[in-house]
Design a protein around this ligand. Structure first.
Ligand code: CO
Length: 210
């Protein structure tokens, strides 16, 4: 059997088992979704949102990219965010990174890696802003992991800078924003930063006519 055929085989088994456990499983989900969470995570194959949070289809709306970035010119991320917040009305937006992230490590080097340079530039900016704190740590892995935490914090703050979140905070007093880091070595998620609806942000980013 070719490797990809295994996936299709697994899928048939999964569909059958899902029906066996819950005959209404697909009927319930086929026409509607009402997820409570939007997840913005790293594309890394070792950090699958559903598995690590014990959630099932229909529970989490998901956007993933390299190093779980919230880039204000990224129409893909912004479209997902707008739909999740304004149509699905998610209660929580979670930015989840992970320790030892290859994207963050690459951003700390001086290597040109092609088109991804433009994406990693956004992480280099976070590195520059927090350089003194990161550089004061003794080992490379501590430095990488601290940048990963600070990057999560910056990406959560980037969410709060969007008109989408500010409008939702004003109109619905939601969603609650969360910054989490997943540990590849122990499978545990560590919450490191959060912003409740209405949290004060740097005034230059506040829109007063929403
Ligand atoms: Co990663």
């Amino acid at each position: 059997m070719k490797s990809y055929e295994k996936l299709l085989e697994n899928n048939k088994n999964w569909a059958r088992q899902s029906i066996e456990k819950d005959p209404e499983f697909f009927n319930r989900l086929k026409n509607t979704q009402t997820p409570e969470y939007l997840w913005i995570g790293c594309s890394d194959s070792r950090v699958p949102p559903d598995s690590i949070t014990g959630t099932t289809p229909g529970e989490i709306f998901i956007h993933r990219n390299i190093a779980n970035m919230v880039v204000h010119t990224d129409f893909n991320m912004l479209s997902v965010l707008q739909y999740a917040v304004e149509v699905l009305k998610v209660k929580h937006v979670i930015v989840c990174g992970h320790y030892n992230c290859g994207g963050v490590k690459a951003a700390m080097t001086h290597q040109s890696l092609g088109i991804i340079n433009k994406w990693l530039r956004n992480i280099k900016d976070v590195y520059r802003i927090h350089f003194d704190e990161i550089n004061s740590l003794p080992t490379d892995s501590e430095q990488v992991n601290r940048l990963i935490e600070l990057n999560i914090q910056e990406q959560v703050m980037n969410l709060a800078k969007t008109s989408i979140i500010q409008k939702a905070w004003k109109e619905n007093n939601a969603p609650h924003l969360h910054g989490w880091v997943y540990g590849l070595e122990d499978g545990l998620i560590k919450p490191i930063f959060e912003m409740e609806a209405g949290t004060h942000i740097d005034p230059i980013y506040e829109f007063d006519n929403l």
